[in-house]
Every structure is written in structure tokens, then in C-alpha cells.
Design a protein around this ligand. Structure first.
Ligand code: MLC
Ligand code: AMP
Length: 519
């Protein structure tokens, strides 16, 4: 049983110790009982306590279960922005014994269809404003569809909930990679708990922490690093439907938050916004940032120049960390100690990291590059329905990340990725192969090669080199318009180059480094 463990839980004046605890209840839920009336979510339309989350998630669980006693790892998808309904749905699925499959709010209908069918979802819980997008799709796929806002406290009678062992599957997150379609990364409750505990310990999460949540809620950064760490600690999240500068800066100026976690693109944008601002307005905002106890950057490389500009602007030394959907967070600069610009720090608690050279040798010395390999309780269980890919992703029990790093004076520095077909744009991991497959459906495109070009704002910008069918013409604008129904907007190429032919090697394979040079 997941007892309240000694990880910092803070002191609560309104501890509900009298409430009966349920044997074998998930730790996150057991801890929420302890946090009781504390504010879990501060939303524009009101505050919600941990107790309200417990009550509503029990209703969601009852609704999902219908006449069953346990969902036994049935997949339930969720298409809801960050907020009370999202958390109540997530917890409801978990408490009913299901697997939580969060979907991207910016996904197109074909992208949603792929995720729903690949993970063999049986039910979708969506926000009402997604009805137009999902109603016909759910009918076609034969899925049960529930609308989150229609789930009220009277929606289902209270019923006993199943015991859910920590080694059961809890979540599937879709991640793009070196395969042409995204893969479902399966984590168990124990994996998730290990990921949370490692961060709570390293960054000293406390019950009085307050953090904004503006990241997409189908990725680990928003789900684990922000939401789950906060809920574990009894802290308060303030959700935003998306990263909306103006209301976020107003709250920063009001001194609303103690923590801030974002991707490098967001820090670039904040610098671009703050620098030209009138002094008096800027000072208020800067005081808000300066007063936070910790600001973290991750999901993509933070240029040292951005780290330094942010420090000279706000006095805050950003803490950069490295992670991946499959492992949670792996490396981090120190909360109390050095935060080195351009480096990602050291292994987090209970995460083992090793570097392996291309020839398969373990790297023991500093300054020699190798692939980051990871082992530990936070490492995922498997890729959903892909046993071969899962097996190939491990080297003797160590997960192969495909990222290359060196150790310099004790700190890891990321040098790049083994595969040129993976693009990181604004923190999203994109597969060049997946985008190429979509673009090849365009009637004017005969061949195409997609690459990521260095970009100040996005880190890398999706760029397509294409060979057209005889007599065809294609502009970037027309291609972007055509792509809207097929690709999430952040996957759509930002640059287009029409060429006579693509550079190929002697085997006829497109040489991507030469495509980068063409641009
Ligand atoms: C938005 N746009 C992007 C983009 N985000 N283009 C490329 N890459 C992106 N990431 C485009 C839109 O398509 C749109 O184009 C225009 O920018 C404005 O859209 P927007 O929705 O208003 O943008 P904005 O809300 O400002 O989004 C920027 C952002 C967002 C940085 C806030 O991209 C974001 O939330 N990124 C974080 C992703 C994330 O959480 N990754 C973590 C993965 S887990 P147009 O043409 O329509 O105008 C992981 C592990 C780990 O990596 O270590 O954490
Ligand atoms: P995802 O698959 O979306 O979880 O993205 C994980 C990938 O993001 C890693 O494999 C890295 O390539 C990249 N990443 C995460 N954090 C950092 C960082 N601090 N610096 C460089 N790359 C990072």
C-alpha cells in the first residue's frame, strides 16, 4: 500500500486524518486525502480543493465503470485543457483501473484517429468545445463519448472502486521518433510515482508552491513535471488553456507564483516581450520573476545566451534539465548549487545514467561523447503493442535515448541526436518521416525531404525540400493551407524549397545533411 511517505508533504492545518483510507489506493490519491481542503487548482472561474478532485474523480470512475468492477487497463482517452476537469478525469480513469491516454488539443482529426485506434481506446472524455471535432469520429470508431462538463456530482451513484496495484499500466503518451508513426509510451503507476518523487526531492517541492500550467497536457513536461509534482506535494496549479502572454505576465507581476517551468521557446518569447517594454511595467513583471524560488527550462536545448540574458534581465538563474517521455527526467542542474549555462547537470535521484560510444564501449572518461543510456524505476514499461521496438530500445536493461552527450567537469552537456530525422520545435518532438509521409499525399509533390533548420525562436524549424510533379507549382502558403487538415499546426513546414532533385548517396538514399546545406 502506498502509505504517505516521508517525501516533503508540508504541514496542513486542515489534515483530514479521520477519513478512512482505502487499502491499496494509489499514492497520489492517498496523498490527496491528506491535502484535503487545500487549493489544488486556482482557475479563472474559481478554486478547487483536493477534496473536490477526489469527489469528482470518484464520480468519473463510477461512470466509466458502469457495471464493471475494474476497467482492467482499458484505455480511456482525454481531450480536455488543463484544469479541474482534466485532473478529475485523469484520476477517475486511474481510480477505475484504466489507462489514461491524453490527446493533443491541436491534433487534426486524422491524427486523433491514429492515436485512438493505435491505443485501442474504448471511451473518450472530451471538453464540450471539442464536440464538433470528435462526435462523428467516435461514432465511426464505435467509441463511447462523454463530455467532461456534463459530468456532475449526481452523474453516477457512489460505488466501490477497485484496488489498483502500482505495477499496473497507467498512461500511454504518444511520441514521435524514428518510426514513421508515433509510438505509445506506456508507464505504470510505479514508473510515474518514481518520476514524481525524483523531482519532488531534487527541486524541493513544497505544499505552499504555486505554479502556472500553460504547457500542452499530452506530454510529460506538463503532466509530470508540473501537474503531478504539484498534486503530489499538495501545491496549487494555475491552469491556462494555452501559453497566453498577457494574462500570464499579469499574474507574474502580481507575484502569484513560486515556481515556473517552460520550454526554451517560451523564455525567448518572454525576453522578446520584456526587452522593449516601458520601464515601469517591466519592473513589476521582473520583480515577479525575481521573487520565484525556482525557474526551470527543459524539453529542448536552452542556448547559453538565453540563460545569460534571462539572468541579467531578472536575476534568476534558470535551472536546465534533460528528460524524455520514456524516462521522465534524467539529468538536472542543481537546485542548491551550480547551474551551468549550456549544460544539463547531473543524474537526478534514483536515475542511473551511462554513456556508450558508437562502437558500444562504455565511456568512463570525461570529454568523450556517447549515447545517453538510462536505467531506474522511472523508465517506461514498453511501447504499446510494439514488443520488437521495445526490445531494440534497450541495451542490457538500459534504455537507449538516441541523444549524445559528454561529461565536462562533472556536468553532462547534450551534443545532439543520433538521428537527423528527429526535430525538436518549440519543445515538441517531431518525426521528419511522419511529415514527409503526409506531404507526399499532396498531388503536386513527387518527392520530399524534411529537415530541422536552426531557428532562434523554435530551436529547429520544420523545413521541406520538394521535387514537384512535371508542370506543377507550389508555394509555401499553399502547402501550409493544404496541410492544415492533415498535420498539427506545429508540424507544418515553415520553410519550403523546390528543387530539381534531392541529394542522394550511392545507394539512392536521400542524404539529409546535404538537404540542410541546400537551404
Ligand atoms: C506553435 N507554433 C509552433 C509551435 N507552437 N510552430 C512550431 N513549433 C512549435 N512548438 C505555431 C503555430 O502553428 C502557429 O502557427 C503559431 O506558432 C502560433 O501558434 P500558438 O498556438 O499561438 O503558439 P504558442 O501558443 O505561442 O505556442 C508556442 C509554445 C508551444 C512554445 C507555447 O509550442 C508549446 O507549448 N510548446 C511546448 C511543447 C511541450 O510541452 N513539449 C514537451 C514534450 S515532453 P500559425 O501558422 O497557425 O500562425 C519532452 C520531455 C522533456 O520534451 O524533457 O520535457
Ligand atoms: P520527447 O520525446 O518529446 O519526450 O522529447 C525528449 C527529447 O527532448 C530528448 O530525447 C532530447 O532530445 C530533448 N531534450 C529534452 N530536454 C533537453 C535539454 N535540456 N537539452 C537538449 N535536449 C533536450
Amino acid at each position: 500500500m502506498a502509505a504517505l511517505d516521508p517525501v516533503r508533504i508540508g504541514t496542513r492545518p486542515t489534515v483530514r486524518r479521520t477519513q478512512a483510507r482505502i487499502m491499496n489506493e494509489l499514492s497520489l490519491i492517498a496523498r490527496a486525502r491528506f491535502h484535503g481542503e487545500a487549493v489544488a487548482i486556482r482557475a479563472p472561474n474559481g478554486k478547487h480543493s483536493y477534496q473536490e478532485l477526489l469527489d469528482r474523480s470518484a464520480i468519473v470512475a463510477g461512470l466509466l465503470l458502469e457495471d464493471d468492477a475494474d476497467l482492467v487497463e482499458a484505455r480511456v482517452a482525454c481531450l480536455i485543457p488543463a484544469g479541474f476537469d482534466y485532473v478529475a478525469t485523469q484520476w477517475g480513469i486511474w481510480r477505475a483501473g484504466g489507462i489514461f491516454v491524453p490527446l493533443s488539443l491541436s491534433a487534426t482529426v486524422p491524427e486523433l484517429e491514429y492515436t485512438l485506434t493505435d491505443s485501442q481506446v474504448s471511451c473518450l472524455v472530451a471538453a464540450c468545445d471539442q464536440a464538433e471535432k470528435v462526435r462523428e469520429l467516435c461514432e465511426r470508431l464505435g467509441l463511447r463519448l462523454l463530455f467532461a462538463e456534463e459530468i456532475t456530482d449526481e452523474a453516477s451513484p457512489s460505488k466501490p472502486l477497485p484496488e489498483v496495484a502500482p505495477d499496473r499500466r497507467a498512461m500511454i503518451l504518444y511520441t514521435s521518433g524514428t518510426t514513421s508513426r508515433p509510438k505509445g509510451v506506456v508507464t505504470t503507476h510505479a514508473n510515474i510515482e518514481a518520476q514524481i518523487k525524483s523531482l519532488v526531492e531534487a527541486w524541493e517541492w513544497q505544499a505552499d508552491d504555486r505554479i502556472p500550467l500553460f504547457l500542452p497536457m499530452h506530454h510529460i513536461h506538463g503532466i509530470i513535471n508540473v501537474l503531478s509534482c504539484a498534486m503530489w506535494s499538495g501545491a496549487t496549479i494555475e491552469p491556462f488553456a494555452k501559453f497566453d502572454l498577457s494574462p500570464i505576465l499579469d499574474r507574474v507581476a502580481a507575484g502569484a507564483w513560486s515556481l515556473f517551468m517552460a520550454v526554451p521557446t517560451i523564455y525567448v518569447r518572454l525576453i522578446q516581450t520584456l526587452e522593449p517594454m516601458p520601464e515601469d511595467k517591466r519592473e513589476e513583471i521582473i520583480a515577479g520573476f525575481a521573487g520565484m524560488r525556482l525557474m526551470v527550462s527543459g524539453s529542448a536545448a536552452l542556448p547559453a545566451s538565453v540563460h545569460e540574458t534571462w539572468q541579467s534581465l531578472t536575476g534568476q538563474r534558470l535551472l536546465e534539465r534533460y528528460g524524455m517521455t520514456e524516462i521522465g527526467m534524467g539529468l538536472s542542474n542543481l537546485y542548491r548549487g551550480e547551474r551551468r549555462p549550456g549544460a544539463v547537470g547531473r543524474p537526478l535521484p534514483r536515475v542511473e545514467i551511462r554513456l556508450k560510444s558508437e562502437s558500444g564501449k562504455l565511456i568512463e572518461a570525461e570529454d568523450q561523447p556517447g549515447e545517453i543510456q538510462v536505467r531506474g524505476p522511472g523508465v517506461f514499461l514498453e511501447y504499446w503493442n510494439r514488443p520488437d521496438v521495445t526490445e531494440n530500445s534497450f541495451d542490457d536493461g538500459w534504455f537507449r535515448t538516441g541523444d549524445v552527450a559528454v561529461v565536462e567537469s562533472g556536468y553532462f552537456r547534450i551534443m545532439g541526436r543520433q538521428s537527423i530525422d528527429i526535430i525538436k520545435s518549440g519543445g515538441y518532438k517531431l518525426s521528419a518521416l511522419e511529415i514527409e509521409a503526409a506531404l507526399l499525399d499532396h498531388p503536386a509533390i513527387r518527392e520530399c525531404a524534411v529537415v530541422g533548420l536552426p531557428d532562434e525562436t523554435w530551436g529547429e524549424a520544420v523545413s521541406a525540400a520538394v521535387v514537384l510533379e512535371a508542370g506543377s507549382v507550389l508555394s509555401l502558403e499553399a502547402l501550409r493551407k493544404w496541410s492544415r487538415d492533415r498535420l498539427s499546426s506545429y508540424r507544418i513546414p515553415k520553410r519550403l524549397l523546390v528543387v530539381e532533385q534531392l541529394p542522394r548517396n550511392a545507394m539512392g538514399k536521400v542524404t539529409k545533411p546535404s538537404v540542410v546545406e541546400l537551404f
